[in-house]
Design a binder for this molecule. Structure first.
Ligand code: GLA
Length: 739
């Protein structure tokens, strides 16, 4: 039993293997949050502080007890208008324009298994693996019922939250904010980790003090974005990879989001996460119900590594679906960085031919195969194969590639349209544009109104005709601009606050239909690289192109930040040409491969154009990937260096769950002559055991490897007797086997 109710004291406790989450109804049904921490049996309500605090107001039913205030209590779902002036999670406007309500606890229900959300991605589990708690709050005057949904996956220490709002009154209301989770910590000094960035530089791990202020992160772009990832960590001061308390919050949604993190005047730290409220005003008619997306939480008393492992398990086993979720993904080659849109069928076949000779398993044809798509100014929306450019149909091209022993994959960008397209000329009202206003362009394209079913239907039938013909094994689904003009040309008022949410439902329905029609399809998400790298997309795509930046050294930082929430097997990562197109940096081909192996692993260059020496390496790399695949994708992942602060070397390792073997990966970021001795400290090994380096035969005590560390490998160069320290950007993979 993971959900335990103390009826007489109105205490609800949610237990996972290692953690407990607790709430309690006090003072006529104020639902307060009392605890989130290590497993605990008891009532943490003793920590609630009741004092008459000046200018902290009181609910009407406590008028003779000024020590009760929503403004100072930790609240489970704080709402605007309840007298809590801190960041709220919920706000509703009534028909008369007044906003505010006062939600009170009414009851609960416990259900076997994990709830699911209609039309939205959510954590899933077998009935025996999970439980659901539904807590009902109500404001009778406003006619608003709020059901707080909690999912518990005890084995992996995950607790999910979502919220359902029903208008029980007889007049329409407007939802202004429906956050999915709020967490209050009444004690402790906490910091915020967030993962910010920009195109080609996503998810840089940042850590900031919270202090007495509000920090708001998120995105107004209608996409989870390159700029902030919908994942945050609230970390105790001093917490690191191996020690200290931390709580991760992961929003399972791909549109705009907001996280508000604050510390109030009396020392309570609050984190609210959910839909971006500035762009949200959702009309709710009588008897209608709105479903807010899900947020998943993990508490770790042992630092970030433990927290990440729980999220990795959650995403690998309880978010990603379909036949590819646990299968080794084919080593692919993508033509984008090799050709852009300038190619013909022969060029694609020549890239595929060389790749297949070297052991690559799938050819992916990227942008430029359809309509008038010779530049990125035209063609989106016209999903008709350009047979003139290819010299054949897509089915014929796919057959030629399959004859080489490879699978075949295709790029699409279904949500977009160019003004220069037949689709736009025929249906200009299908784009999200505002009447009387010039539309905002991004990569010279407009966003299609995926809140409208007929638009989704049209694009789906165009694209599925091509996929039917070529029987694609893989699709890369891209999204290459944010949403700026939020107005739907459908009949009636279409508030922007409704469209962005309905738009996401349309996108999710599109992907669901793809997976239904092509049950074996491997779908890879993409949004100008990692602009929609979120748990929502991962429900449909078990992998997402991590970044348009394929420079191995930049990628180390990007993949490092990504790894706090998302497992390696979800990160699309390829070996590309040097000098790198983004950074002009040259890195050895083996270093590029070591970094790409911390992801899905593939190639993105013309292998005909690399040196003979490099060509010899490619088959070896593919063999290495196959040899270590299980460890790379299923091992527990440890970040061994903080790559934001340590600019000397980057190291990470994957350890088998039974600790029988591990793969240590090291890349040097800097080189210096006659420098100090350097060591890489391992983690996650069986401390009592000895491990053998498979290549050198050296045997090490695991405790020593995790305390002193492994000396940085030396390089053997012919004619140089002193084994110099490695140069810049060299890499090592060390396979450790328990003795
Ligand atoms: C985006 C993707 C790239 C490539 C191009 C094609 O930028 O991230 O990988 O597919 O679009 O236009």
């Amino acid at each position: 039993m993971s959900i335990v109710i103390n009826e007489s004291e109105s205490i609800i406790s949610i237990h996972t293997k290692n953690t407990t989450y607790q709430m309690k109804a006090v003072h006529n049904g104020l639902l307060v949050h009392t605890y989130y921490g290590p497993h605990m049996n008891g009532d943490a309500g003793y920590a609630l502080s009741y004092r008459d605090r000046g200018f902290s107001v009181n609910p009407y039913d406590s008028k003779f007890n000024r020590t009760v205030s929503s403004d100072t209590l930790p609240l489970e779902y704080p709402c605007e208008g309840s007298g809590d002036f801190r960041a709220s999670a919920f706000s509703v406007s009534r028909a008369n324009g007044a906003s505010g309500c006062d939600l009170r606890y009414e009851g609960y229900e416990v259900v076997k298994g994990k709830y699911s959300l209609k039309g939205l991605p959510a954590v899933y589990a077998d009935e025996e693996e999970a439980e659901t708690l539904l807590v009902t709050l109500r404001d009778r005057d406003a006619g608003i019922k709020v059901v707080l949904q909690y999912g518990v996956l005890p084995e992996i220490d995950v607790i999910t939250r979502a919220v359902q709002i029903t208008n029980e009154g007889n007049v329409p209301v407007v939802l202004n904010q429906t956050a999915s989770a709020c967490l209050d910590f009444v004690s402790g000094e906490w910091e915020l980790m967030h993962f910010y960035g920009r195109h080609a530089n996503e998810r840089a791990a940042a850590r900031v003090e919270i202090a007495e202020r509000e920090i708001v992160i998120g995105t107004r772009r209608g996409m989870s974005s390159h700029h902030e990832n919908p994942f945050i960590v609230i970390a105790e001061n001093g917490a690191d990879e191996n020690k200290g308390q931390c709580v991760g919050m992961c929003f399972v949604y791909s549109g705009g989001f907001s996280a508000n993190i604050s510390r109030d005047a009396f020392g309570t730290t609050r984190a609210v996460m959910g839909l971006q409220p500035e762009l949200f005003n959702y009309p709710l008619n009588p008897a209608e119900t709105f479903q807010a997306p899900e947020a998943a939480m993990v508490y770790s008393a042992e630092g970030f590594a433990k927290m990440s492992h729980c999220f990795h398990k959650m995403i690998s086993e309880h978010i990603c679906r379909g036949p590819w979720k646990n299968r080794r993904r084919p080593v692919l080659i993508n033509n984008w960085e090799a050709t852009g849109m300038t190619f013909d069928g022969e060029k694609i076949l020549s890239i595929a031919r060389k790749a297949s000779e070297l052991g690559v398993e799938m050819m992916v044809l990227d942008d430029g195969w359809f309509g008038a798509r010779d530049t990125d100014n035209a063609g989106l929306g016209d999903w008709k194969v350009n047979t003139e450019k290819l010299g054949c149909t897509m089915g014929e091209l796919a057959d030629k590639i399959r004859a080489m022993g490879m699978k075949f994959g295709l790029w699409i960008e279904p949500e977009m349209v160019n003004e220069d397209s037949d689709l736009y000329r025929e249906h200009p009202d299908w784009a999200l544009t505002i009447p009387g206003k010039e539309p905002i362009l991004g990569r010279n394209q407009l966003v299609l109104d995926f809140s409208r079913k007929e638009v989704v239907d049209n694009i789906f039938s165009q694209i599925s005709a091509v996929l039917d013909d070529c029987r694609a094994d893989y699709v890369k689904m891209d999204f290459n601009r944010p949403i700026a003009d939020v107005y739907s040309r459908t009949a009636g008022t279409q508030s922007r606050g409704k469209i962005l949410y309905d738009y996401m439902l349309g996108v999710y329905s599109f992907m669901e239909r793809l997976l239904e029609r092509y049950p074996d399809l491997l779908l890879e998400g993409c949004a100008g690289g990692g602009g929609r790298f979120d748990a929502g997309m991962l429900y449909y795509c078990p992998q997402i192109w991590c970044s348009d930046n394929t420079d191995a050294i930049d990628r180390i930082r990007i993949q490092y930040g990504t790894s706090f929430c998302y497992p390696c097997r979800t990160m699309g990562a390829h070996v590309s040409a040097v000098p790198n197109g983004d950074t002009r940096r040259r890195t050895p081909i083996n270093t590029r491969a070591v970094v790409a192996m911390a992801g899905t692993f593939g190639y993105e260059l013309d292998l005909n154009l690399i040196t003979e020496e490099e060509m010899e390496e490619v088959p070896k790399q593919i063999e290495t990937f196959k040899k270590y695949w299980n460890l790379l994708h299923n091992g527990l992942y440890y970040r061994l260096t903080d790559v934001i602060r340590n600019r000397k070397e980057a190291a990470w390792m994957m350890v088998a769950e039974d600790q029988s073997e591990a793969l240590l990966n090291i890349v040097t970021l800097d080189a210096t002559g006659n420098g100090p001795n350097r060591f890489v400290r391992c983690a996650g090994l069986d401390p009592e055991a000895f491990y053998k380096d498979e290549e050198s035969g050296n045997v090490y005590a695991a405790s020593a490897l995790m305390t002193i560390g492994l000396p940085m490998p030396r390089i053997k160069l012919p004619g140089i007797p002193w084994n110099p320290t490695p140069g810049e950007y060299e890499s090592f993979q060390i396979h450790l086997i328990r003795q």
